[in-house]
Structures are given as C-alpha cells and as structure tokens.
Design a protein around this ligand. Structure first.
Ligand code: NPQ
Ligand code: MG
Length: 367
C-alpha cells in the first residue's frame, strides 16, 4: 500500500508500582506510538525504547528524531510499502532497530488488518493462548519482594523472573525459591556483573533456575561462554541478540542455550520470527521478552509467543502488572495464560480518546 501519513504520539503511562532494575527505577512508561495512515487502512506500532539511554543506546527522543529526520521520509517516498519491504527501505540507516521496529509493526498491523488476517495467523501461531511469566524488579527488602511475588503467584503467573544485581542475588533468590516451591524461577541481571563474578554466580546453581539472563555487557560474548562452561544453570542472552545471525553465532559459540526474543531489540517482528526460526533449527528454545508494553505492543508479543518454539513462559504479563488502565482492551490472565487475539491485525483497538487525553505533547504528523 501507499503510506499517506505517519503520526507520532507520546503518552505518559504511570506504572502501578515502581520498577527497579540494575539500570535505574522506572515510575512511568514514556510511550512513543506510531500510527501509519495507509491507502488500504491504518495501523499502530509501539516503540519500546525508554526515556533515557540507560538500558539500550536507543531512547524515546532519539527514536522520534530518527523517524522524523530519516525513516519516515523513506516510507512516505516509496510508491508501495509492505511489512516485508520495510526492512530494506530502512536499511540505509545503521542501527536504530527499536525505531525501525515501531514503523514496521505499524505497517504490518495496517496490512494484516486490511487483509483480515490476525498477527497470530501471519506469524504461524500454533496455540490459541500463551503461558505467562512476570518480571519482578529489585525490591526495598526481601520481605517486600516476597509480598510482591506472592501476589503474582496468587494471580496465576506460571513463572517468576527476578531482577538481580551484585548485592541483590543469592538472598532474594533463596527466599523466593522457598516461597514458591517448584514454580519455575529465573533471573535477569541486565549486564550488572563482570567475569570476575563467575565464581559467585555459580552459587545460583543450587536454586534450580530455568536460566540466568544477560549477566554481562552486550558486547562481551566471551564471558557468557566462560560462564556457560562453569555453571549448570542455562545462560540466556537478551541485550546481546540483535538479529538472527548474531543468535546463530552466539549459540554456535556456546554463549547462550536459550534465547529471549524481543521484536524491538532485533528491528521488528519479521526479524523476531527469523530469530525464532534459526533457534528452532538449532534446537534452542526461545521465550518472548517484554518491555513494559501497553496493549498495543503486548498484543503483537502474545501473537509472536504463540509460535511453536516459544516453549518457555514469556514476560507477557497481564496489563494490570504495569498499568491501572491500558490503551487497548486489557489483557487479563486466565489460569496463568493470555489468549492470542484473533481479530484482524493486532486484534486490539487502540482507545484514541485515551491516547489524546494522556498525551504528553501534541502528535507530530509526517506527510
Ligand atoms: C528485560 N524487561 O528483560 C527488560 C528490561 C526493562 C520486563 O524485565 C521501560 C522500557 C522500562 C523498557 C524496564 C523486563 C523497562 C524496559 C526494564 C525494559 O531486560
Ligand atoms: Mg532482560
């Protein structure tokens, strides 16, 4: 279809509780939403970048800037755009995968809506619902952590993921393992450790964790290889895996034996599907990561997680984990699972009036 206009909306979404990680404490989600107006209809995409470049080099204002100055014009100038050609049309810009992903997702939503196909069908989903895990931030005390985790267990979450960092690892993990018994448990360090910590991290083996996610900086593949050889617990890369080729390389070198897939991190859902596929070929299970998405991004994540090789519960939590009210109909857990939307496109309707009401600035329209 022809892209007639691209709208950039900014919405401030307060979180139901602060989310603390090794890179800081988030009080709100600063969301950049992209709406493409196409000749065949409209579509939405959510940009997963954070306000500040403390988790990834990309950040919200930077994504907006690169879309306004480069990416938007490339799509608007093309006589014909499909989700399958967005990657090539935008490849003249190096990096900026989260910004590119938001645009590609909006085109994909418009295109699949227009043809009456759901994202699940488009991706080749093999299930109608997905098992849900929840990511739990660093707490002020172990007691408060146990309160929070206990609440999630009561809500039916099937897997707990704890954020860890030096000084907040063995003690909280031991306490949560005692609280939740056999419930699957994993940890995410968001690059907070160095190779000198490998001896210490080996002590995590006694807790029967599903995996340890991204202990070292994203460029440091070698330390992940060394850890994987020293520890029983599976090593899982998140930040390091920027496309399917990198996934093949990291798996081949023994740095990761399970992979966190996030569409924003790899430049879009089409590349996320390729990551899924190469991992499946190599016998490596994947799971769907999360970036505190509103219903817009959550809908697409749930569809992705319905693919065959997504065999571990994802960070695909219910809307209420993060937001009192969502920008779409809320995602609600049933028996620890979320239903894969079946409607055309992402299958959810964006509540325009909320996007307008909660906007932190006027929308920017590119034509
Ligand atoms: C991760 N996500 O797996 C990320 C980290 C993360 C659910 O743990 C705003 C935007 C806040 C993106 C906080 C989860 C965020 C964010 C944490 C990503 O590494
Ligand atoms: Mg992670």
């Amino acid at each position: 279809m022809k892209i007639l206009a691209i709208e950039l909306h900014r919405v401030a979404m307060p979180l139901v509780r602060p989310f603390q990680t090794s890179f800081g404490t988030q009080l709100a989600r600063d969301v950049l939403l992209v709406r493409v107006r196409g000749s065949d209809g409209d579509g939405w995409g959510e940009c997963v970048a954070m306000t500040d470049p403390v988790y990834s080099s990309e950040y919200v204002e930077g994504c907006e800037r690169v879309i306004r100055s480069y990416l938007g014009a490339a799509l608007l100038a093309a006589p014909e755009v499909t989700a399958e050609t967005v990657g090539d049309l935008l490849s003249f810009v190096v990096g900026h995968r989260m910004a590119k992903a938001a645009l590609e997702t909006a085109v994909l939503d418009a295109q699949t809506r227009a043809s009456g196909v759901s994202l699940g069908e488009y991706f080749g989903a093999v299930r109608t619902e997905v098992e849900c895990g929840v990511s739990v931030g660093i707490a002020r005390s172990v007691d408060e952590l146990l309160d929070e985790v206990g609440g999630y267990i009561d809500e039916g979450y099937r897997r707990i993921k704890l954020k860890i960092k030096p000084g907040w690892d063995l003690e909280p993990v031991r306490a949560v393992r005692e609280l939740i018994g056999e419930t699957p448990l994993q940890v995410d360090a968001n690059t907070a450790y160095t190779r000198a910590d490998i001896g210490h991290l080996r002590a995590l083996d006694e807790f029967g964790l599903l995996l340890i996610e991204q202990p070292f900086v994203e460029e440091d593949i070698l330390s992940h290889i060394v850890l994987a050889e020293a520890i029983e617990t599976r090593v899982c890369l998140d930040e390091s895996i920027t496309n399917a080729e990198v996934a093949v390389d990291a798996i081949g070198r023994g740095a990761t034996s399970v992979v966190n897939v996030k569409a924003g991190r790899v430049g879009g859902y089409l590349e996320a599907v390729r990551v899924h596929d190469v991992c499946a070929e190599l016998g490596v299970p994947v799971w769907c990561g999360g970036m505190l998405e509103t219903g817009v991004g959550r809908a697409a994540n749930v569809a992705l997680a319905a693919m065959e090789n997504f065999t571990l519960p994802g960070d695909t939590s219910g809307s209420s984990r993060y937001f009192a009210e969502d920008l779409t109909e809320p995602f609600v857990l049933r028996d620890g699972r979320l239903a894969v939307p079946t409607g055309a496109g992402s299958g959810v309707e964006v509540r325009d009036e909320l996007v307008r009401e909660w906007a932190s600035r006027e929308p920017i329209v590119l034509r």
